[in-house]
Design a protein around this ligand. Structure first.
Ligand SMILES: C[S@@+](CC[C@H](N)C(=O)[O-])C[C@H]1O[C@@H](n2cnc3c(N)ncnc32)[C@H](O)[C@@H]1O
Length: 308
């Protein structure tokens, strides 16, 4: 695996990703939960990064326990910092305490107690005795698992940590997108850094790599380099691995809609369950149409906002 998400990149990650519409992604997640009639009280987020989605998930009314897992200590440190800033600035929580290890936060809202835990761990190998009824992952993090064995280990770990009626919802870049990303180089000019970005596509290997060179605006400090690698997998392969890992039912969507995902969709969303009948416990065809249309319209306006 390539070395990525070093301390320096973790520091600038949110600035580099400032145009990512997380708010909109969260609205889509909420619609998926409504569609599948799931009010989760415990959520595990895999590859949670600097907690852009975690900080939204803790606002779900039903949620009482959230674990944010990531391989990068630097990304998790940034996540914890952001949670502390939010606790300090917002009036949402009337009280909170932090456990000595600094990675578990107990928050108190008017009528609910919430525990948030940051865990430095590989998503290919985790197990939680206390199972979750929702496991999620966003922003093509699962594409970082660049071989089939890693992906399967991740799915097996998720299956072992999910309740029987829970859902595993994650997004991935489709194989079609990975193969056709345009190779280009550009520079992101930050307030205190320059980030040189180079896309490399190895279409035959279904591999997309991003080489980053980050130079602080300070001649005394060295530049940092890191490479990110994502592999694209066919939908059939992903579904087969999920089933091999214990999942009994899988729905695949073209992201931000409830239409079936295809290998050439840009981004895909998967909803998987251990119970064969669980995905059928949904709000039915009319609501599916409603949520699908609502999210496509939403997507159109979000795209406009980021175009101009
Ligand atoms: C594109 S970022 C997405 C972060 C976050 N989900 C978001 O939406 O901003 C990918 C994340 O995956 C994490 N990651 C990559 N490989 C991982 C692994 N094997 N186990 C756990 N986390 C991993 C990285 O540290 C990074 O935080």
């Amino acid at each position: 695996m390539d070395y990525s998400y070093t301390t320096y990149f973790a520091e600038i990650y949110d600035d580099v990703m400032k145009n990512v519409p997380y708010k909109y992604w969260f609205r889509y997640l909420k619609d998926l939960l409504k569609y599948y009639k799931l009010k989760p009280n415990s959520v595990l987020e895999l590859a949670s990064g600097t907690s852009n989605m975690t900080l939204k998930i803790i606002n779900l009314q039903s949620v009482k326990r959230v674990t944010a897992l990531d391989l990068s200590a630097a990304m998790l440190a940034r996540a914890a910092e952001k949670l502390e800033t939010e606790l300090f600035n917002s009036r949402k929580f009337i009280n909170y305490s932090i456990e000595e290890n600094n990675s578990t936060y107990h928050l108190q809202q008017n009528s609910k107690n919430l525990t948030v835990n940051f865990k430095e761990q590989n998503m290919t190998d985790f197990y939680f005795e206390n199972k979750f009824n929702l496991i999620v992952s966003f922003f093509d993090s699962l594409n970082y698992l660049t071989d089939l064995n890693q992906l399967q280990s991740c799915f097996e770990s998720a299956a072992a940590s999910l309740t029987e009626n829970g859902l595993f919802i994650f997004d991935m870049n489709s194989i079609g997108r990975i193969k056709t990303i345009e190779e280009k180089s550009f520079v992101i000019e930050g307030d205190s850094y320059q980030c040189f970005w180079e896309d490399i596509v190895k279409a035959k290997e279904n591999l997309w790599q991003v080489k980053l060179k980050i130079c602080p605006d300070n001649d005394q400090l060295p530049c940092f380099e890191e490479t990110h690698s994502e592999r694209g997998y066919k939908i059939d392969t992903i579904v087969r691995l999920l089933k091999k890992s214990g999942f009994k039912a899988v729905d695949v969507y073209n992201a931000f809609s409830l239409a079936s995902g295809k290998n050439n969709s840009d981004r895909l969303y998967f909803a998987a369950s251990l119970n064969e009948k669980r995905l059928e416990q949904n709000q039915g065809q009319l609501k599916k149409l409603y949520y699908g249309t609502k999210n496509r319209i939403d997507y159109f306006f979000v795209s406009l906002r980021y175009l101009f």
